[in-house]
Design a protein around this ligand. Structure first.
Ligand SMILES: O=C(O)CCC(=O)C(=O)O
Ligand SMILES: [Fe+2]
Length: 204
């Protein structure tokens, strides 16, 4: 088994093993559809108000090259919007606690990115969130609030396991996905409807 769909907490020995082996934990119905819907609306409102910006990939500093790799619009959870994302942030705090209790990861803090893919084919090419020695990003957790999501909307999170086996994960409402940042290659397939995601990166 390379992914698990189970109650989100506490983490079982099997789940800890799966994560360590470079797998993905998938948890459904983590906050309720009401919270998913209000979170999705908050992301749309941030976009309508012009508060989301084109994401850079980082080191290259080449905006055109970055735009070819990823087309999402992003911001970060900070003091201006923290109130509206408090339930999602509490969920991520729960992930941090679970990872520390069950995997002894010693995670001290996390940053939370708010992302919106427009739906006009917007995608994010295959990448890894961290590379050994280049960043202290250790664990990635993603919450999807997409209440109207359908398979024809595309936008699956495609994950690549060490043996190059692939799994496509639908970004459906109220789903939480967790994996090791330095281990798992992944991409966002082209989206054909607005697709929101909140991503936490945890640091030791
Ligand atoms: O939204 C997703 O499913 C993944 C986004 C991602 O890989 C990233 O922002 O690094
Ligand atoms: Fe990523």
């Amino acid at each position: 088994m390379i992914s698990a769909q189970v109650d989100w907490c506490p983490w079982t020995d099997e789940m800890v093993q799966l994560l360590g082996d470079g797998g993905v934990l998938i948890f459904d119905s983590v906050l309720g559809l009401g919270t998913a819907a209000s979170t999705f609306n908050t992301v749309l409102k941030l976009a309508q108000d012009g508060n989301l910006k084109h994401a850079g990939v980082g080191r290259s500093g080449n905006l055109r090259q970055d735009a070819a790799i990823r087309q999402d619009l992003i911001t970060w959870v900070d003091e201006t919007n923290a109130h509206e994302f408090s339930r999602v942030t509490a969920l991520f705090e729960g992930v941090r606690t679970a990872a520390n209790e069950h995997c002894w990861m010693g995670l001290k803090r996390f940053d939370t990115q708010v992302a919106l893919y427009s739906g006009n084919g917007a995608h994010y090419d295959r990448h890894r969130d961290a590379f050994h020695g280049k960043s202290s990003r250790t664990l990635t957790a993603i919450y999807y609030p997409n209440v109207h999501w359908e398979p024809t909307h595309g936008g699956q999170l495609r994950v690549f396991f060490a043996d190059e086996k692939v799994e496509d994960i639908e970004p459906v409402a109220d789903r939480l996905v967790v994996f090791l940042s330095e281990v798992l290659d992944h991409q966002v397939l082209p989206t054909h409807a607005p697709r929101a995601a909140l991503t936490a990166w945890f640091y030791p």
